[in-house]
Design a protein around this ligand. Structure first.
Ligand code: S3P
Length: 178
């Protein structure tokens, strides 16, 4: 269901689905502020994602992720927010995002994700070269049910960055809060 006037857009989906690149370009084109939950968590803790997982564990990271996302949402300005792949799989984070944002799921196949991620694992402690395919499959299986509940679902496998942004803009046309 569309919210009447859209002030915040949230991009969700698996690691490697393009949330950050799409979010950055989209925000620029519609003149909204851009936030990336992973970047905000890193700067708030002065640690990178991998270090946070290693030192404090995934549960700590998820709580930090929720609190950062809540803080970003409370900012009154119009914004595009890209969230880490696991954010939209945790009840309280899902609830706050659904309540406050127009949620867009960038849906990519395991094949696409694998090829994009195999040389890009630095900020992804849940993955490694050996387990990549299996782990992506497991995560996707658990998370799809939540992701599929987005306001907009875009199959991004065959789309160029510009085409994805264009489709999102078409979908929110006339509903942006300006
Ligand atoms: C995670 C995704 C990552 C990052 C962390 C955990 C996940 O963000 O938050 O490594 O659980 O899917 P991206 O989806 O931006 O890669």
């Amino acid at each position: 269901m569309l919210k009447k006037s859209i002030k915040s857009l949230a991009l969700i989906g698996m690691m490697g689905s393009g949330k950050s690149s799409v979010g950055r370009l989209l925000a620029k084109e519609i003149k909204f502020d851009f936030f990336d939950s992973d970047i905000e968590i890193e700067s708030a803790s002065n640690l990178d994602i991998r270090e946070i997982f290693e030192k404090y564990g995934e549960d700590y990271f998820r709580k930090a992720e929720f609190s950062i996302i809540s803080r970003i949402i409370s900012i009154k300005r119009n914004k595009v927010l890209s969230v880490g792949g696991g954010a939209f799989a945790r009840k309280e984070t899902i609830n706050i995002l659904k309540k406050n944002c127009y949620v867009i799921y960038l849906k990519a196949s395991i094949m696409t994700l694998t090829s994009r991620l195999k040389n890009n694992l630095t900020a992804r402690p849940l993955l490694n070269k050996k387990n990549l395919n299996k782990k992506l499959y497991e995560l996707m299986k658990k998370r799809s049910i939540f992701y599929e509940d987005a306001d907009l679902i875009l199959d991004v496998d065959k789309l160029h960055l510009n085409e994805i942004v264009k489709k999102i803009k078409m979908s929110v046309d006339g509903k942006l809060n300006d």
